[in-house]
Design a protein around this ligand. Structure first.
Ligand SMILES: Cc1ncc(C[n+]2csc(CCOP(=O)(O)OP(=O)(O)O)c2C)c(N)n1
Length: 269
């Protein structure tokens, strides 16, 4: 990272509390670089997070205004801040458990309302901070502390969920696709509407040790084979897609708001 960017970090709190091989530190660096690339004014930005390992990305590490809130509620706090001061860049950075499990309802309604905030979801496929329990993002068959024989329920496809709810800028990358990730984050930070970026982040401590991906290198190989660029995905057959997940950007800035439905269905003019 260029020395200039260190000015945005509270260097006295480093090293981060993250375990060896955790992807959250890579994401932390990517957010700082994306802020710089998008020339966002740090003094006009508020970072909001909930509770969990990922929730520690902005606070205490960023030298910025940060709201470290309660588990599942960062989007609710972010909504209040944005409505109180629409000029503020409001950036939520937190975990999948925080944003999609306990906080899932806030997420879909913020997307539906097209609230102009940026939500960065660090998805490590489980609840990391509390010991690695199964989450609604745990892949089918994956072992966790609370699914020792493998998860029996299908996970949410977070990007499809947010797109379906009305999110305008929706994207997914792994922390290993670092250049695309920084570029996408910088676009999400300046998107004209609700922006959601899912970032697949390895958790060797809890996920890796139970699923034969014990090191960051193992995760890189595994993620490279599962998470593929959506341009490749688009050309694949349903059979080829079955154990793959597309990455990239789904931008639906131009979709019309769904206000005409009432008339078509015989509702009031
Ligand atoms: C209301 C409430 N329920 C549960 C908890 C316990 N809790 C703290 S962090 C956490 C999981 C965080 O998981 P995630 O958001 O995926 O972040 P990670 O730690 O994996 O980065 C849970 C369940 C809590 N603090 N508050």
């Amino acid at each position: 990272m260029s020395r200039r960017l260190y000015d945005h970090l509270r260097l006295n709190v480093f090293p981060t509390p993250y375990c060896t091989g955790c992807g959250h530190g890579i994401l932390l660096g990517a957010v700082v670089r994306a802020m710089d690339e998008a020339t966002i004014d740090w003094d006009k930005t508020l970072f909001v997070s909930g509770i969990g390992c990922a929730a520690w990305i902005p606070s205490p590490h960023f030298k910025a205004d940060t709201l470290h809130t309660t588990h599942g509620r960062p989007i609710a706090f972010a909504t209040g801040a944005k409505l109180a001061n629409p000029e503020l860049n409001v950036v939520v950075a937190s975990g999948d458990g925080d944003l999609v499990a306990i906080g899932g309802n806030h997420l879909i309604h913020a997307a539906r309302r097209n609230l102009k905030i940026t939500v960065i979801c660090a998805n490590n496929n489980l609840y990391g901070m509390t010991g690695g329990q199964m989450a609604p993002t745990t892949p089918l068959g994956a072992r966790t502390q609370t699914s020792p024989w493998g998860a029996e329920e299908a996970p949410f496809d977070l990007c499809s969920l947010v797109r379906g709810a009305g999110g305008r800028f929706v994207a997914r990358h792994t922390v290993f696709q670092i250049h695309q990730l920084i570029k996408t984050l910088s676009k999400a930070l300046t998107a004209d509407g609700f922006a959601f970026v899912e970032v697949l982040s390895p958790c060797p401590t809890h996920f890796g040790k139970l699923n034969k991906v014990p090191t960051l290198g193992d995760f890189r190989e595994q993620m490279k084979s599962v998470y593929i660029d959506r341009r490749r995905w688009d050309k694949m057959t349903p059979e080829e897609r079955c154990d793959k997940v597309p990455t990239g950007v789904w931008c639906t800035d131009n979709i019309p708001l769904r206000s005409a439905g009432g008339n078509k269905m015989g509702g009031a003019e």
